[in-house]
Design a protein around this ligand. Structure first.
Ligand code: C5P
Length: 424
C-alpha cells in the first residue's frame, strides 16, 4: 500500500462562509485548497453574500455554491444531507459570532447550521470578528461549548481590524489556513502509511545527485546529474511509511515532504555521512548518486593562476560508496543503479555481483527520452541470485511512477522467502 503525500488525493472540503469582512480572504483560501488537490464545495450564509458573491466561489471552486436549505432545485442536485456526507472536513472561515452561537445552541435554521448537525466529518471554525465581540462572555461561552462538542477552533490573530479597533479577532491568512488543513490530512495519511505502508518501520537512506570534487577554492569537477530519480524515490519511500534520510549532492530540488535531507558536496563526504547513518541503523540503502569516479589528488589551497597552454591535474580514485556499505557487517538491503549506453543488462548484472548488491535498477542513458535530465525513466530491475526473483521491466513512465514501482520491488525482495520457491 502506498500513499502519495505530495498532494491530497480525493479529499472533500466544505468551506462554510459566514457574514464578515474576512470573507474576502476565503476566496484565496478556496484557491489554495484547490491548488493542494482538494475537492472544494462552498456553502454561504445570507450574511456572507452581502460581502462577496457566490459567483466568485463558483468560479474558484469549480462547483455550484450552496446557499439555500429549502431550495427544491438545489436539493435535487446535492441536498444538505448528501453534502454533509460528502465532506471529509468542514471548515467555517470566517465564522461569525452568530454562527458560533447557532452551532453551540444546535439551531438548524439555514443550510450551514443544518449541515453542521448533519455531518460526521470534523468541523473546524476560524472565528473572525470585532475584538470586543470576540471577548464577549457569550462568545467565549459558545466557543467553550463547541470545543467540548469536538469542534476544532483556529484561534484568531491579533492586530488592527477593519472597524479600526486593535485586538484579537482577525482571521489568519488564507495560506496559513490551507496549510493547516493540508497538514491535518498529511498527518492522517502518514499515520496509516506508518502502519500499513510497504516500507513501514524501515529506515531508508538514499544518496542522490552529483558529487562535486574541488580543484581549487573556486573550481570543481562534477557531472550533469539532477538528482530527480533519488528525490522521487525519497518521496515514494516516505509515502510507503519509511523514515527517509536523503544524502544529497549539490542539486536545486526541494526536499520532499517529511524527508530528512543532509547536503554534502564531495564523494568522501557522501561516504562519511553514509557510514554514520549506517551506525545509527539503516534497513535499506539506495544509491542513486552519480558519484564522481575520481577526485583531485591535491586540492590547491589558492586559486590556480592561468599559465602555459596545458594544465595537468592528477586525479585519484574515489571510494565506491555503495560497494563500501555493502561490505559492512551490519549491511542493509542494498540497491544500486546503473546508467549505461550499451550492453545495459550485461553491465548491470556484473555490477550487481561486483558491488554485492541485493538489487540493481539499470537504464539506457543513450536514449534521449529517459535518464539523466529527463522527467521520465524506463528501467530493468535485477535481484541478486539468492532471491530467486525474475528480472522486472519497468516501462517508460514518470520518475515518480518508476520510484513507486521500485518501492514495490524492494518490498517484494524484503518479504520474499526463497524456501517457498523450492517447495514448487
Ligand atoms: O560503477 P558505477 O558508477 O556505474 O555504479 C553505479 C552505482 O554505484 C550507483 O548506484 C551509484 O550510486 C553507485 N556508486 C557509488 N559510489 C561510487 C560510484 C558509484 O555509490 N564511487
Amino acid at each position: 500500500m502506498s500513499f502519495d503525500l505530495s498532494v491530497i488525493p480525493n479529499k472533500n472540503i466544505i468551506v462554510g462562509i459566514t457574514g464578515g469582512i474576512a470573507a474576502y480572504k476565503s476566496a484565496i483560501l478556496v484557491r489554495r485548497l484547490k491548488d493542494a488537490g482538494f475537492n472544494v464545495r462552498v456553502v454561504m450564509t445570507e450574511g456572507a453574500q452581502a460581502f462577496i458573491t457566490p459567483l466568485t466561489f463558483q468560479a474558484l471552486s469549480g462547483n455550484p455554491v450552496h446557499t439555500q436549505l429549502l431550495d427544491p432545485e438545489a436539493e435535487a442536485g446535492m441536498g444538505h444531507i448528501e453534502l454533509a456526507r460528502w465532506a471529509d472536513l468542514v471548515l467555517i472561515a470566517p465564522a461569525s459570532c452568530d454562527t458560533l452561537a447557532k452551532f453551540a445552541a444546535g439551531l438548524a435554521d439555514d443550510l450551514l447550521s443544518t449541515l453542521y448537525l448533519a455531518t460526521s466529518a470534523p468541523v473546524w471554525v476560524a472565528p473572525a470578528m470585532n475584538q470586543q465581540m470576540w471577548a464577549a462572555k457569550a462568545t467565549q461561552r459558545n466557543l467553550a461549548t463547541l470545543v467540548d462538542d469536538g469542534v476544532h477552533v483556529i484561534m484568531p490573530e491579533s492586530g488592527s481590524q477593519a472597524c479600526g479597533d486593535v485586538g484579537l479577532g482577525r482571521m489568519p491568512e488564507p495560506e496559513e489556513l490551507a496549510r493547516q488543513v493540508t497538514d491535518y490530512f498529511h498527518k492522517a495519511q502518514r499515520a496509516i502509511a506508518e502502519k500499513f505502508g510497504l516500507l513501514a518501520s524501515k529506515h531508508v537512506v538514499i544518496t542522490a545527485g552529483p558529487t562535486r570534487e574541488a580543484i581549487d577554492p573556486v573550481r570543481y569537477i562534477s557531472n550533469h546529474s539532477t538528482g530527480k530519480m533519488g528525490f522521487a524515490l525519497a518521496a515514494a519511500c516516505y509515502a510507503a511509511g519509511a523514515k527517509v534520510t536523503l544524502i544529497a549532492g549539490p542539486v536545486s530540488l526541494d526536499t520532499p515532504n517529511g524527508v530528512h535531507r543532509i547536503n554534502v558536496s564531495s564523494a568522501v563526504q557522501m561516504l562519511d555521512t553514509s557510514m554514520q547513518l549506517l551506525d545509527e541503523g539503516c534497513d535499506v540503502f539506495i544509491a542513486t548518486a552519480a558519484v564522481a569516479d575520481y577526485r583531485v589528488a591535491e586540492v590547491a589551497e589558492h586559486k590556480i593562476k592561468k599559465s602555459g597552454d596545458e594544465l595537468d591535474i592528477a586525479l585519484i580514485k574515489n571510494p565506491d560508496i555503495v560497494a563500501t556499505i555493502a561490505q559492512q557487517d551490519k549491511r542493509p538491503f542494498m540497491v544500486g543503479f546503473a546508467a549505461e549506453t550499451r550492453n545495459v543488462e550485461e553491465y548491470a548484472a556484473g555490477k550487481l555481483v561486483a558491488k554485492k548488491l541485493d538489487m540493481i535498477a539499470c537504464n539506457d542513458v543513450s536514449r534521449a527520452d529517459i535518464g539523466f535530465a529527463s522527467d521520465e525513466n524506463a528501467m530493468t530491475v535485477f535481484f541478486a541470485e539468492s532471491y530467486h526473483l525474475p528480472k522486472r521491466d519497468l516501462e517508460k513512465a514518470s520518475k515518480q511512477e518508476i520510484a513507486q514501482q521500485l518501492v514495490e520491488a524492494i518490498h517484494d525482495a524484503l518479504h520474499h522467502d526463497p524456501a517457498q520457491d523450492e517447495a514448487f
